[in-house]
Design a binder for this molecule. Structure first.
Ligand code: TNX
Length: 542
């Protein structure tokens, strides 16, 4: 090879490897991808001498969360700084590293509650946030970076980043159905831990449905003692439910992680379990869906359900209750022959069963308004003439885009959770056996990740602000074991988290997949059974 050519190719290889190297350094591994992240070309050493400094007294709870998360995930025991210690130490430390421990400084900055800045270098880490929400998000980014640095023996050398971040969508939700199968509080706490790590902030808890009623109501104890018996796969399974103390424990656990818990008490359909316990309020059903509805024709039903909602509202400080409203037609044919419903129809001049359904939903919405609770419902409630400012509609029927359009035209706020791609009970791979499909369609990781509002012609510049966020729903008719629950939820929930948090313009599936490979072992370390590849991870069938 002539000398010049050799020199050129050497130069080429060197430049190529330098640029590949610096490109690798430029990609911040955090999921969901931050708005901006720049390497600080420095390492932060985290160890047992690291201390946390509070620059704002209201951040004490978050400091405790940071300590707890670092201990849980890295084994490192950081302490709160002794009184009087402050950022002046940072410069003192710069001159004498051995004398002063590195600091993590938690501070406040102006701007949105959920925005944060994370700045890491040799001297220390600062997390500045608009409010408690943003601070927790900054903490979670830092905890992710700490975990990804392979901490060992109470030491972690963490590559430094300067991150400016805030979410695109305000509602980043996950729904769990515990009526079909009951998983219990340890599983729920594990899910809340994962939600927090990936900055999801709304846990929608589907607590009642046909197979079982899962929340203790003191005024009506048979709801759980009788209605709690059974599941989708075993009608005689012993009563399983959450006591009110357990509900409060979980609500507090979520709150510490900036997650709001929204209970769902499904009505007037999906009520079979409740009707087993209190048959006097049943409106009947059909042969396929027996005792499926509450009775909208009896005045006593409204009092009963209002009493239940009043008790539920005390347990959940969210100030919002989801009252379902879905698939009432599965069982409402029985209303045609119910004397109470027939009387109501005459009295209120209701022309059809759907009119009755909407009348019922409106009455329950009135009850919620009277206790200052927002009304949340599936997209069936769109036509019920609910108070626009107090209602959130969950669009789930992807085959009915007109429901999304109606909801937007009427001015409702909307959470997008269409079956495609946000129903996690659909299989994620063509080879999988257990789980839902719709014809040939299902929900692979890529489809969840690539969800983009701009693909929906119903969503336009003038109504986009009504879309408050996205939500993944986990229905559990054929999910019985924790192992299968993990398998069906992860890693797709991380893809949903990034779709909801990050800038849709900057999404890149190949890049996401690459970052995800580093997180799979972290999920596994938490005891989660997660699909790495269809070849290496057998599908748990139940
Ligand atoms: C529809 S989504 C339902 C659920 C089922 C789910 C199964 C919704 C409001 N209703 O009751 O579990 O499909 O994918």
């Amino acid at each position: 090879m002539p000398r010049l050519t050799m020199f050129r190719s050497l130069l080429f290889i060197t430049t190529l490897s330098i640029s590949l190297y610096s490109r690798a350094q430029d990609v911040c591994p955090v999921i969901p991808a931050p708005v901006t992240a720049k390497s600080t070309n420095s390492n932060f050493l985290l160890n047992d001498r690291t201390v946390i400094v509070l620059q704002h007294p209201s951040f004490r709870k978050e400091a405790a969360l940071l300590q707890e998360q670092l201990l849980k995930y890295t084994g490192i025991r950081v302490q709160m700084a002794a009184a009087g210690m402050n950022t002046a130490y940072l410069s003192a430390r710069a001159t004498d590293k051995n004398k002063f421990p590195a600091l993590i400084v938690l501070g406040k900055k102006s701007g949105e509650e959920d925005a944060y800045t994370l700045n890491m270098n040799e001297g220390g880490v600062t997390i500045d946030a608009g409010g408690e929400e943003g601070l927790v998000y900054g903490i979670m980014s830092f905890v992710q970076l700490a975990r990804l640095s392979n901490p060992k023996d109470q030491h972690a050398t963490i590559a430094g980043w300067r991150i400016e971040d805030r979410p695109v969508m305000k509602w980043r939700g996950f729904m769990l159905d515990e009526s079909r199968h009951f998983f219990g509080k340890e599983t729920v706490k594990m899910l809340l831990d994962q939600m927090a790590l990936y900055k999801l902030n709304k846990f929608h808890w589907h607590l009642t449905d046909a197979p079982g009623w899962r929340i203790e109501i003191r005024q009506y104890p048979r709801l759980t003692l009788v209605g709690g018996i059974g599941s989708s796969t075993d009608s005689l399974a012993p009563a399983a439910y959450y006591t009110q103390d357990e509900i409060s424990e979980i609500v507090a656990y979520a709150a510490a992680r900036q997650i709001t818990v929204i209970p769902e008490i499904d009505m007037p359909g999906h009520a079979t379990a409740a009707n087993k316990a209190y048959p006097e309020f049943s409106g009947g059903g059909t042969p396929k869906y027996p005792e499926f509805t509450f009775n909208p024709g009896k005045e006593s039903t409204y009092q009963y359900l209002t009493n239940i909602l009043r008790e539920v509202n005390v347990l959940f400080p969210a100030g919002m209750i989801h009252i379902g409203g879905d698939e009432v037609s599965f069982g409402s044919a029985s209303w045609n022959t119910d004397v109470h419903v027939q009387k109501l129809m005459k009295q209120e001049n209701l022309k059809s069963l759907v009119d009755v359904e909407h009348y019922f939903i409106r009455r329950m919405a009135d009850s919620l308004q009277a206790i200052n609770s927002k009304v949340l419902g599936w997209d069936e409630v769109t036509a019920a003439k609910l108070p626009v400012a107090e209602t959130i509609v969950f669009w789930w029927r992807q085959e009915r885009p007109e429901q999304l359009k109606n909801a937007l035209d009427k001015g409702y706020k909307v959470v997008l959770c269409p079956r495609f791609p946000f129903y996690l009970d659909f299989v994620q791979d063509s080879t999988h056996i257990s789980g839902r499909r719709w014809g040939k369609e299902f929900n692979p990781l890529r489809r969840v990740y690539e969800f983009n509002m701009s693909n929906y012609p119903e969503i336009k510049d003038n109504n986009r602000s009504q879309i408050i966020g996205f939500q993944a729903n986990q229905w559990t008719e054929v999910i019985k074991s924790a192992e299968r629950l993990h398998f069906m939820t992860f890693p797709r929930l991380l893809a949903m988290a990034e779709a909801a948090w990050s800038d849709p313009e900057k999404k890149d599936f190949a890049g996401f997949e690459k970052r995800l490979t580093k997180f799979i072992p972290l999920l596994q370390q938490q005891g989660l059974y997660v699909m790495e590849s269809t070849k290496t991870t057998p599908e748990p069938l139940r």
